[in-house]
Design a protein. Sequence first.
Length: 578
Amino acid sequence: MRFIIQLHGIIGLKMSLKDVQIEVAQALEPIAGERELDLARLGVSRPTSAEFGDFAVNAAMVFAKDLGRNPRELAEQLAEVLQGQAQFERVEVAGPGFINIWMSDGALLAAASGAATIKPKNLVGYTVVSEYSDPNPFKMLHVGHLYTSVVGDAISNLMRAAGGKVHAVNFGGDVGLHVGKTMWAVMRELGGERPEKLAEITESQRASWLTKCYVAGSQAYEEDSEAKQQMAALNKKVYELVVADDHDSDFAKLYWTCRAWSYQAFDAFYARIGSRFEKYYPESETAPLGLETVREQLAKGVYSESDGAVVFRGEDYGLHTRVFITSAGLPTYEAKDVGLILAKWRDYHFDRSVVITGNDIVEYMKVVLKSVEQFAPQIVAHTTHLTHGNVRLAGGLKMSSRKGNVLGAEEALDVVAEANRRANGVDDSDVVLGAVKYAFLKQRIGADLVFVPDESVSLEGNSGPYLQYAHARARSISRKSGVVGEADRKTTLQPDERLLARAVAEYPDVVQRSVDELMPHHVAVYLYELAQEFNRFYERNRVIGDEREAVRLHLVNDYADVLKDGLELLGISAPDHI
């Protein structure tokens, strides 16, 4: 039998879905002979109820027709082969040909023991570039940046867990019309090109002052035609000073100082939430490369001219047309993104590039990537664009930094800190971050999110602090026990012990699924359900002082290890004491 797909088992214990899939495939091989079976159709799942086993297999139902067999008879033949595996305690045929498998207690204990350490191998040897957060200097960091930073950190952690060498990078617009708007308001506030006046703005005021200037400039741009023209001129002036590397003129001093203030605010914010980026790509660096490339490809027919501008005619590919160079000769966001894509390839020659943004630029990115595909298809083939929804204000209003109705990123953290003080009477930055990150990550990436601070800090609900306390509680049980050493792997598990071991042992499959889909919510949901399973176990079973203390303590430790590892994948600390 020739396998059409390659099966990658998790190295170690025969307890993962993929490992069982391999066992079933091997059992099928002598039955199939030279006939070709598409093993991608072979499904192995975990029944929701333990009474139906630890695994359910559909192989007989799927391949009976291909093999000219009765499904029930084929299932019985497969079950007989699988029953001979030491890790399978019981293999039964159900219904017309489904196979239910129960692991032996020893195999289940062993799988639970190694669950926290077994990781996927999908990305071993891969160089991965993970780009996210992407705040623009001269504008404020809002809660949306907090959200995408948390999501990006978790996805990057998942790819590292799968063996990838992940390079986290950032991108932002230090040139562009928004800078012209802010600089216009800056000069209005200072009374002209007067960089010496910036000394009057204290360090604590800088970020909010720049935000105020951006909002004022944006409003004037929409309401005042003369101001709009002035901002357009300033936009061009910023490009010129960057190209000329001007740091001496008064206007340049204003620009570079305000840009530095923005980056300082970014650094402080990332330090607070634990994000780390190894490289920041400002648009002023990617714009020249993008501009040069678009012009080169214009001559080759990839782009075309339209009313003095350079465009990519996306309609030819079922998309829409977008401008890459304006009629004034300035690069648009599209050209800057072309430069960014090429710069990341130049710097890393990545095997995979993951770009994480809001879902409001889905169609935009399709056009940009389709244009690059025409002259650098290998880069686009290795690029994945992941999108998420927006964090909304009360009432579902979408935030807009241009309109000023924005909850700042730092302000959002402060609001949660205050909610935690009210609810729990403590002031703990790790708990605050755990609350925010888990609240963001427990929902599937894609839809909009309404964030409720009071719910995020609850110690009784589905929250980050609840899981942090669950981990601390488990470690406390271990500290109180006087038992030292391993549990006897030949021990027969009692029903509640088996349920807990079964839940802990599922962790590698959850991580595998999260890596495959780049969806961290699978880990978050699993951790909450695991903690609930442990609570049910602990309510009904004494650990310390019980004659089964050794095996139960081992399960407690395995559970705590998985909680810790899962929380850390989400970027959340797992304190031993709270």
